[in-house]
Ligand binder design. Structure first.
Ligand code: AMP
Ligand code: MG
Length: 430
């Protein structure tokens, strides 16, 4: 159909750019920020710039995994058997007692395995006598209930490669090695500016033609959820000088700028105009996706700060952020992985669309079904202005060009919500 064809050509403004090409353009121009040393206590969520190599074993010595008795395993082969109790070792004690023939040492979890012992019988399988002896009720094999030195981390091993995000568990591993500072990339500071003469912030009656700014608060919130430092640059009207001044100011405050509005094909597309003037590499694209077709990106010639020009429609702004800005910012952060995983799901209701040469990203509710697989259904209206449906969604369904996915059909999703898919009330396995 002729209407579809003109759409395919980007409304006569050049061919649509494939999503992958647009993303590669952005990510290639976002270099990791300069590394610095940061105390481990302040490094949660940051990305390692150099590998962490263990210079010691964790655990540092063989120790008991149970409260019980340290024994010579071979002596328990004929259990039940009676051994002489030769004192006790608590977590934190030095292994000052040894286990000799016919002996056992009472031992608590984490206490060092005494010399002579090679296994631990758990206390539940022993009977302590009044006469200084203990009956071992079940044979144990050598190494049983013993955590060997280096069983978690062996000295000399590369524990984390560069590009690893320091999760809470990773912070714990690093701390267990006695490391107190890590070489990481700083958390990117990302400034947000909303453009548009129509924008107003806060309560009070709206003058005719005005709307309230939804994008700036939404993007500031999104950045924080995604682990970036967000800087609010406010809003500017559709006025090139004002926007240029804000972008230059951002160079001193932030590592990247996210702007919304003004990248379309209208008469007042100020972001497009200012970026083309101030960036050597500015590219304005009509990307083969829906929503979020228009997108602009460039790095400011003065400061080298990358600027993401997202569309103004609120759903488009958040989807464009997800597809272009977030991967670029993850790259600035030094992360080896820039994208969220794409998960296989089943459509529980039709995911309707028309053929238009574009990849569609539908706002959906993803839930874990009784069999543990993901089911998805539309979260509401799919207009690019319908932010409420996006608020009801926890995922984007990736629907390739064509006539959609029927009920029961397979579809890929990207989960956006930090709390993940809605879960069925399934009991945990016992
Ligand atoms: P634009 O991309 O500037 O052409 O804007 C596209 C549509 O998004 C228009 O209807 C704008 O009024 C709307 N819009 C632009 N910026 C915002 C914003 N910050 N919050 C809510 N809506 C916006
Ligand atoms: Mg505008």
């Amino acid at each position: 159909m002729s209407t579809t064809r003109s759409d395919e050509r980007g409304n006569g403004h050049g061919a649509l750019v494939p999503l992958d090409e647009a993303r590669a353009f952005v990510v290639d121009r976002c270099a990791p920020l300069a590394a610095r040393d940061v105390p481990v206590g302040e490094a949660s969520g940051l990305v390692l710039a150099v590998a962490v190599v263990a210079d010691q074993d964790v655990p540092p010595f063989a120790n008991s995994a149970m409260d019980g008795y340290a024994v010579r395993a071979a002596e328990t082969a004929g259990a039940p058997c009676r051994l002489v109790e030769r004192g006790a070792l608590m977590a934190g004690d030095a292994p000052t007692i040894a286990v000799g023939a016919g002996e056992a040492v009472r031992i608590m979890t984490g206490a060092p395995l005494p010399p002579g012992a090679d296994a631990v019988c758990k206390v539940e399988e022993t009977v302590r006598g009044e006469d200084g002896t203990v009956v071992i009720e079940r044979p144990v094999s050598a190494g049983e209930n013993v955590r060997a030195a280096g069983d978690d981390v062996a000295a000399g091993s590369e524990v984390f490669v560069p590009g690893t995000t320091l999760t809470p568990a990773a912070i714990g591993v690093v701390a267990s090695l006695g490391v107190d500072t890590v070489r990481v990339r700083p958390r990117p500071r990302v400034a947000v500016v909303a453009t548009g003469d129509e924008l107003v912030t806060g309560p009070g009656p709206l003058a005719p033609g005005k709307i309230r700014d939804a994008n700036r608060p939404a993007l500031l919130a999104r950045l924080v959820v995604d682990g970036f430092d967000a800087v609010d640059l406010g809003q500017v009207g559709d006025e090139p000088q004002a926007l240029a001044a804000v972008l230059e100011r951002a160079g001193g405050l932030a590592d990247a700028v996210v702007a919304t509005g003004g990248v379309s094909v209208g008469d007042r597309d100020v972001v497009k105009a200012v970026l083309s003037e101030r960036c050597h590499d500015m590219r304005w694209m009509q990307v083969a996706i829906k929503p979020a077709k228009p997108f602009a990106f460039g790095t400011l010639a003065t400061t080298g700060v990358p600027v993401f020009g997202l569309p103004g429609n609120p759903v488009s702004a958040l989807v464009s952020y997800e597809l272009f800005a977030r991967p670029g910012l993850r790259r600035l952060a030094g992360s080896a992985t820039t994208d969220r995983p794409r998960l296989a799901a089943t459509a529980e209701a039709p995911l309707a669309r028309r053929t238009d040469g574009k990849l569609h990203l539908l706002r959906v509710v993803a839930r874990a079904r009784a069999d543990g697989t993901l089911g998805v259904r539309p979260a509401g209206g799919q207009g690019s202005h319908q932010l409420r449906a996006m608020a009801a969604a926890n995922a984007l369904a990736i629907v390739p060009d064509g006539d959609g996915v029927p009920e029961g059909g397979a579809v890929e999703v990207v989960v956006l919500d930090p709390f993940g898919p809605v879960a069925d009330d399934r009991a945990w396995p016992s």
